[in-house]
Write a protein that binds this ligand. Structure first.
Ligand SMILES: Cc1cc2nc3c(=O)[nH]c(=O)nc-3n(C[C@H](O)[C@H](O)[C@H](O)COP(=O)(O)OP(=O)(O)OC[C@H]3O[C@@H](n4cnc5c(N)ncnc54)[C@H](O)[C@@H]3O)c2cc1C
Length: 368
């Protein structure tokens, strides 16, 4: 095949697929709509306080006990990890009029969650280091994928500066959320109704969520025997965890209990105030002495969420391979975490679907 494999999306799945193709001598290009790589993986520091460490605004953990693909890759890439801090009591906040209750969870009551020193972005950086420069094209949003009568494929993209690109492809790996494919990419000829229906019914994992990180000079809650883990029925944060980096500073991160549609009616200031009030309720007045806060609402990102993702999920979605693509079969290959049936939603699912897409391409290339 003399045309490259075109990968849409430079998240974990797209980058891993690119890395595998390149290692096997298969030409590829990765097109990414955002001005950064990583997709839902986003690790950041405070611009004027890098000494405080790095904080994850997307994923935080993996679970090597169950997730062998990521566990092996982390070893292969020599990445440093550490265990989630869980020592001490958790707090349960049941009502605003009642003090939060302390509970000691039995040891090993949960699977061991593992974090990356330097944040999950270190995984992305290590994968991208295996890809020659020029392969990943940022600020390039794929709008249309066309197939002519002879079966030749052209990917059309628009760059942030307004320029257009037309890229001939041997095969296209769609390494982005299925709902984003269905909503934002036009196919000519169209995908079948059955396939479209399947794509829109695979909600993008965490697309309706937001994450807040409150950063302190030290993890002061540990001094009073608290793990930092909170379960709250009051909110605005529903679930809080210790997010302290290995630098000595302290951090708590929380997921919101308020649905995206309601969150979006509040200003960021109002949201932060409500969160700080909650942290003081839970951890005492010291929680006010915050060095910095970071807030990321994923529901506002056009490259992650669509309108339907603003409604809270009522049950765990059913993920897995979409049905056969008819005329598009072997021309498009789905990757991304939502395509994996066992670990869909997790980093593990993104990696497994990338490996599967790579193996399919290898097979296709053999038959030519
Ligand atoms: C707040 C939060 C917490 C999470 N916590 C965890 C956790 O602790 N552990 C865990 O295992 N998982 C967690 N996850 C899930 C994990 O982040 C995802 O499973 C994983 O990052 C998905 O990778 P992906 O490559 O499949 O998709 P994505 O990361 O979504 O990558 C898709 C890429 O496609 C790009 N794109 C979109 N549209 C276009 C277009 N038209 N043209 C070109 N490019 C396009 C996007 O910009 C993006 O870079 C969390 C996610 C969030 C948001």
């Amino acid at each position: 095949m003399n045309k490259p494999v075109v990968i849409v999306g430079a998240g974990l799945s797209g980058l891993r697929a690119a890395s595998l193709l390149i290692a096997n001598g298969i030409d590829c290009r990765v097109l990414e709509a955002r001005d950064r790589i990583g997709g839902r993986i986003l690790t950041t520091s405070i611009p004027d306080r890098p000494d405080l460490g790095k904080f994850d605004l997307g994923p935080t953990w993996f679970w090597p006990q169950y997730e062998s693909t990521i566990a092996n890759l982390v070893k292969e890439l020599n990445l440093e990890t550490f265990s989630q801090y869980t020592k001490g009591a958790m707090l349960a906040e049941r009502s605003q009029n009642e003090a939060p209750q302390r509970y000691i969870l039995p040891e090993n009551s949960n699977a061991k969650s593992i974090r990356f020193i330097g944040g999950v972005q270190t995984l992305i950086d290590a994968i991208v280091a295996t890809i020659p420069s020029g392969i990943v094209e940022l600020d390039t949003s794929v709008k249309t994928i066309r197939q002519d009568e002879a079966g030749a494929i052209t990917v059309e993209a628009v760059c942030t500066n307004g320029n257009k690109k037309e890229i001939p492809a041997s095969v296209v790996i769609l390494a982005l959320p299925p709902r984003i494919v269905a909503n934002n990419i036009e196919f000519s000829p169209s995908l079948s109704a059955n396939l479209m229906n399947d794509l829109v019914n695979k909600p993008t994992w965490m697309a309706g969520q937001a994450k807040l990180v409150a950063i302190y000079d030290r993890p002061f809650w540990r001094e009073s025997g608290l793990s930092g883990f909170v379960s709250s029925w009051v909110g605005p944060l529903q679930e809080i965890h210790d997010a302290s980096p290995d630098t000595g500073s302290g951090a708590l991160f929380g997921f919101f209990g308020i649905p995206a549609k309601i969150r979006q009616q509040l200003s960021e200031e109002e949201t932060l105030k409500a969160v700080m009030d909650q942290l003081v309720r839970l951890f005492g007045p010291e929680a006010h002495k915050v060095s910095a806060t970071l807030y990321k609402d994923w529901a506002k990102d056009f490259e992650t969420a669509v309108e339907e993702d603003l409604d809270p999920l009522r049950e765990f979605p059913s993920y897995g391979q979409p049905p056969k693509a008819g005329i598009w079969e072997e021309k498009i290959i789905f990757a991304g975490t939502e395509i994996n049936s066992q670990f869909g939603g997790h980093l593990e699912g993104a990696l497994q679907s990338a490996e599967k897409a790579f193996l399919k391409i290898k097979q296709l290339y053999k038959s030519f």
